[in-house]
Design a protein around this ligand. Structure first.
Ligand SMILES: Cc1cc2nc3c(=O)[nH]c(=O)nc-3n(C[C@H](O)[C@H](O)[C@H](O)COP(=O)(O)OP(=O)(O)OC[C@H]3O[C@@H](n4cnc5c(N)ncnc54)[C@H](O)[C@@H]3O)c2cc1C
Length: 385
């Protein structure tokens, strides 16, 4: 057993840490305020290789995939990016841990050769379309339809809550190819942004991660070649769920990034702010809040590293990924809440970043499976269900 990062992962963490502190520190506030994503940030991440971590070398990837470290590399990077900006963090997480990972694992050689190099280089940004207005937790009840017509499929329907939709260049879409079976009637497709019949609907006004756009995606007689199908007909739901195991590790890493930001800012503030003639960090009540943050963040990180290692080594990790996401997201929310408390009145003001961390943390308990769903997954594995 080894608790040290190896040299490659250690160097990657340093690169991501330096990039995030220099490029995202100021941008995060601006993007949150403007409710706009800055595509140049994504481009810069691509230039230093952060968009290629989960992609094989032959398609422009960075070698972590071959070294069985793709999920470990992604989670280490996502913690650092989210330390400064959770909007950039979710954009990168969906691009790497959902879009690229799914296409790498399940795409045909032709599709991978056509799409992955553009995704690795950051020329294309990927999105993942599973949720619909009527199907969130019960994703298997989705109704967006893909009808076979000769060498093509014709898509009709809509997807809701799609991260990065307004500026994504390529989408993975789960659609219904059979009405006879519920989950076994779902198939996975790749849809390029410039296909006729795809349009982007209203942008959601959100509580947090406001720098990342979340929108509806609409398909109206959108024709795609049959070669854009990912995996066999009827296998899309299984592909979507398997991919979410990896995605949840990414969101868990996002959560501890936000939690760490809360802890670090609260620690600094507590040393500077004086009451009763001494720093508030000298009060045991404040120390205990900080100590609990440090302990829980460490525990969450260990759960994340275990789940990522399992996935990188091709071992089942549904329960472990669910534990990592559940614990990390609850930890992030507790850390952000206590950070606001330590800042007192200032914590409630937009002058300080902890107010944003508090808003950003909440989503980690909702997307890629709510906390209730994570508990269900863990309990099922325990009960052998
Ligand atoms: C900002 C944001 C970004 C998102 N990005 C994407 C994206 O890129 N792609 C995508 O496909 N989706 C995305 N989503 C959708 C997200 O994954 C769903 O919101 C989430 O899965 C929950 O679904 P729902 O909102 O329909 O809630 P519902 O399913 O309606 O759930 C409502 C409540 O009921 C509970 N509940 C439901 N069923 C059960 C059950 N069986 N047992 C116990 N409790 C239950 C839930 O836990 C929750 O508390 C995003 C959502 C948001 C808010």
């Amino acid at each position: 057993m080894d608790f040290e990062l190896n040299e490659e992962l250690s160097m990657l963490r340093q690169t991501a840490r330096e990039f995030a502190a220099s490029e995202l520190k100021a941008k995060a506030r601006e993007m949150d305020k403007a409710e706009e994503f800055d595509r140049s940030v994504f481009q810069k991440m691509a230039e230093i290789g952060l968009t290629a971590l989960t992609i094989p070398e032959q398609y422009g990837g960075s070698g972590f995939y071959e070294g069985k470290m793709a999920n470990q590399a992604a989670s280490i990077t996502l913690e650092e990016i989210n330390r400064w900006c959770a909007s950039t963090g979710v954009t990168l997480s969906v691009h790497m841990s959902l879009f690229s990972s799914l296409l790498t694992k399940y795409g045909s050689d032709e599709l991978k050769a056509r799409v992955l190099p553009k995704v690795a280089s950051g020329e294309w940004l990927g999105a993942y379309c599973l949720s619909e207005a009527g199907s969130g937790t019960d994703a298997g009840s989705l109704v967006c339809e893909a009808k076979k017509d000769g060498d093509e499929y014709v898509l009709n329907g809509s997807k809701l809550w799609i991260t990065s939709a307004p500026y994504a260049d390529v989408f993975i879409v789960m659609a219904r190819t059979s009405h006879e079976h519920k989950t076994r009637g779902i198939t996975s497709f790749l849809v390029e942004r410039d296909r006729k019949g795809i349009s982007i609907g209203k942008k959601e006004k959100k509580m947090g991660i406001r720098g990342s756009a979340t929108s509806e995606v609409l398909f109206e007689d959108c024709r795609i070649p049959a070669a854009n199908r990912i995996g066999d007909e009827g296998k899309g739901f299984g592909i979507a769920l398997d991919t979410l195991d990896g995605g949840r590790i990414g969101i868990a890493a996002q959560a501890i990034g936000i939690g760490r930001a809360s802890m670090e800012d609260a620690t600094e503030y507590s040393k500077a702010r004086e009451q009763f003639g001494k720093p508030i960090s000298s009060f045991q009540a404040v120390q205990w809040m900080l100590a609990e943050m440090a302990m829980k963040l460490d525990a969450a990180r260990l759960l994340i590293h275990r789940a990522a290692w399992l996935r990188d080594n091709g071992k089942p990790c549904a329960a472990e990924a669910a534990m990592a996401k559940l614990f990390a997201s609850e930890t992030a929310n507790k850390c952000a809440k206590d950070a606001v408390q330590i800042f007192g009145g200032n914590g409630y003001s937009k002058e300080y970043d902890v107010e944003r961390y508090f808003r950003d943390a909440k989503i980690t308990e909702i997307y890629e499976g709510t906390s209730q769903v994570q508990r269900i997954v863990i309990a099922r594995s325990l009960l052998g269900d």
